[in-house]
Design a protein around this ligand. Structure first.
Ligand code: ASP
Length: 345
């Protein structure tokens, strides 16, 4: 792509508040072919913006891995036609979808920018217009050599661009709905958009063409440790039928109950071959199982450290790795590696 050539962007509407309007009996999705009526500002872009909509449009609470496969396949099929992709998505599960796509799209060298809004794009005080317009700007931005400025799966929301697999929704009502607690923003928008090139990941020299991974193994459970958790509950999850991996959401730097009954279940689960991933319940910081005896017991039992991954990122990484590899030991080794910028080490 030469520096002079104009960008072409594909807008993909999957559902969510951003594309809804008041119908008199609640919010309903509007016909996306009317996007220019709802957001006439889009006409001011001097490059081509095509759009397509999923059928059915969904509240993102209903998102399923099948939709991620559809999205990855659509991006792969249209990859040569466009310089960047903007995915309009409900905010509730946006961090899950962006995490999943980050693993499913390998050797990405074009932006895939998720955005949405807290208020419908047609409402007067909407945050949707700024989010949409800036997401398009980010998706079309190139550096002085004509390369995509952000060749990553990212979320643009409320003036910040954050890596998709580092994001988490932290507020259900404020415009400032997302955080990337363990990774600085990839860009920040003020009167201009300032890109943080030291954080953005660029494809390695000699990286092959885009390759998509659509085989996901979803046999994962999430166990949040809390005071009062019963042996029965822990046993049902950690030794449950049909569960290949468990994300254990632990306290602080990766600590759980030190009582023998709990450690015994952990050991039994690990010995059965299940993959156990330790992710902290804290919003920021990481897991260090060497710090406290309660964490050390987990490590000795065979629990893998999630480092500073989010639960959303850990879930997506497990789905992807387990879909790729039948060997659980291999999955465990790869969980400790930084594959798509999802952990800091
Ligand atoms: N429930 C909506 C969704 O996630 C909320 C939103 O769009 O922000 O689809």
């Amino acid at each position: 792509m030469s520096k002079a050539s104009k960008s072409a962007i594909l807008l993909i509407y999957t559902g969510g508040t951003i594309g809804m309007k008041e119908s008199g009996h609640g919010l309903v999705p509007f016909d996306f072919s009317e996007i220019l009526v709802e957001v006439p500002e889009l006409r001011k872009f001097t490059f081509k913006i095509d759009s397509c909509a999923f059928d059915p449009l969904i509240d993102s609470s209903d998102v399923e891995p099948g939709m991620w496969k559809e999205l990855a396949t659509l991006i792969r099929d249209r990859y040569e036609q466009y310089d960047g992709f903007v995915v309009l998505h409900g905010t509730d599960t946006m961090a899950y979808s962006a995490s999943a796509l980050s693993f499913m799209l390998e050797n990405l060298d074009k932006p895939v920018i998720f955005t949405g809004s807290q208020l419908p794009v047609g409402s007067l005080r909407t945050d949707g217009k700024e989010n949409l317009v800036s997401a398009i700007e980010v998706a079309s931005a190139r550096d002085s050599r004509g390369r995509a400025m952000v060749p990553e799966v990212a979320i643009y929301f409320n003036s910040q661009l954050i890596r998709g697999n580092r994001a988490t929704k932290v507020n259900s009502t404020a415009f400032d709905a997302f955080r990337s607690p363990n990774c600085p923003p990839l860009a920040e928008a003020g009167i201009s958009i300032r890109y943080n090139k030291a954080v953005i990941r660029y494809p390695a020299a000699g990286a092959g063409p885009l390759c998509i991974h659509t085989e996901l193994d979803t046999r994962v459970a999430i166990l949040k440790i809390h005071p009062g958790i019963t042996e029965q509950v822990a046993r049902n999850v950690l030794l449950g039928n049909g569960i290949r991996a468990v994300i254990i959401e632990t306290y602080g730097s990766g600590n759980a109950i030190s009582k023998p009954w709990f450690t015994d279940i952990i050991r039994e689960s690990a010995a059965s071959g299940r993959i156990l991933l330790n992710v902290t319940q804290c919003l920021a910081g990481d897991v260090n199982m060497n710090l406290y005896a309660t964490g050390k017991a987990l490590k000795d039992a065979g629990v893998v450290s999630g480092s500073d991954i989010t639960t959303e990122g850990g879930l997506a990484k497990l789905f992807y790795l387990m879909g790729e590899y039948a060997d659980n030991e291999k999955v465990k080794r790869l969980l400790e590696k930084n594959i798509r910028g999802e952990i800091s080490k």
